[in-house]
Design a protein around this ligand. Structure first.
Ligand code: MG
Ligand code: ZN
Length: 213
């Protein structure tokens, strides 16, 4: 007897679509970054900063349970963007990305940033066909998150600590955060940024530019 749980089936179907997406991205020579993080961590703010800073030719896919508010922000920032509204689903899957691709403007772009639904749990289980993942954590969320949500951090090639401008005003345990990253995702490249002040953004942009060879 073979028992396959619903979750296994879903993930299997997702892997197939993710493979197709990855093949398509390679053909188009586009490097895809899946951005994970809690609601309010600063995922969209980071993308706004990338648009302002320049130097990266990119397109954006926004994932949200409702509204096109983030796509409106990206448009205002001058980026080409497609909004995926998941109608309450708490993560993007590879099929949603595949369905949105024909509407995505990838011509002349080097990168596609896929901003996942704000959630540190299940987005980690769904391969979208991306090349790498980055996870954005803001100082206001607390330093223990790498320990509490290891799946999201483990699969990320970079951890971006945002809202560093607030550090003097809050009790964020930097030492605990560093220990969490070292234990859960020791190979991840860590960046400290403030999307509000722009601190640390240039260094991050330089790192991203080098990802696509
Ligand atoms: Mg957002
Ligand atoms: Zn979910």
């Amino acid at each position: 007897m073979k028992v396959i749980t619903v979750r296994e089936k879903i993930l299997k179907a997702n892997s197939q679509a993710a493979r197709e997406n990855r093949a398509r991205f390679s053909r188009k020579r586009i490097f895809v970054i899946n951005i994970l993080g809690s609601p309010g961590a600063g995922k969209t703010s980071l993308l706004e900063r990338f648009a302002q800073t320049g130097g990266i030719a990119f397109s954006v896919m926004e994932g949200d349970p409702e509204t096109a508010l983030d796509a409106e922000r990206m448009e205002k920032a001058g980026a080409s963007v497609v909004q995926i509204i998941t109608k309450g689903s708490c993560h993007l899957d590879a099929n949603m990305v595949q369905a949105a691709l024909p509407r995505s403007d990838l011509d002349g772009k080097d990168f596609l940033f896929v901003e996942n639904v704000g959630n540190l749990l299940c987005p980690a289980s769904f391969d979208l066909g991306e090349h790498i993942r980055i996870v954005v954590l803001s100082t206001t969320e607390g330093a223990d998150k790498p320990f509490k949500y290891p799946a999201a951090f483990k699969t990320a090639q970079s951890v971006i600590l945002n809202k560093t401008d607030l550090l003097p005003y809050i009790d964020f345990d930097l030492d605990l955060f560093n220990r969490g990253v070292a234990q859960v995702t020791p190979k991840a490249k860590v960046f400290s940024v403030s999307c509000r002040t722009g601190e640390g953004i240039d260094e991050l942009v330089e790192w991203i530019k080098k990802l696509k060879k």
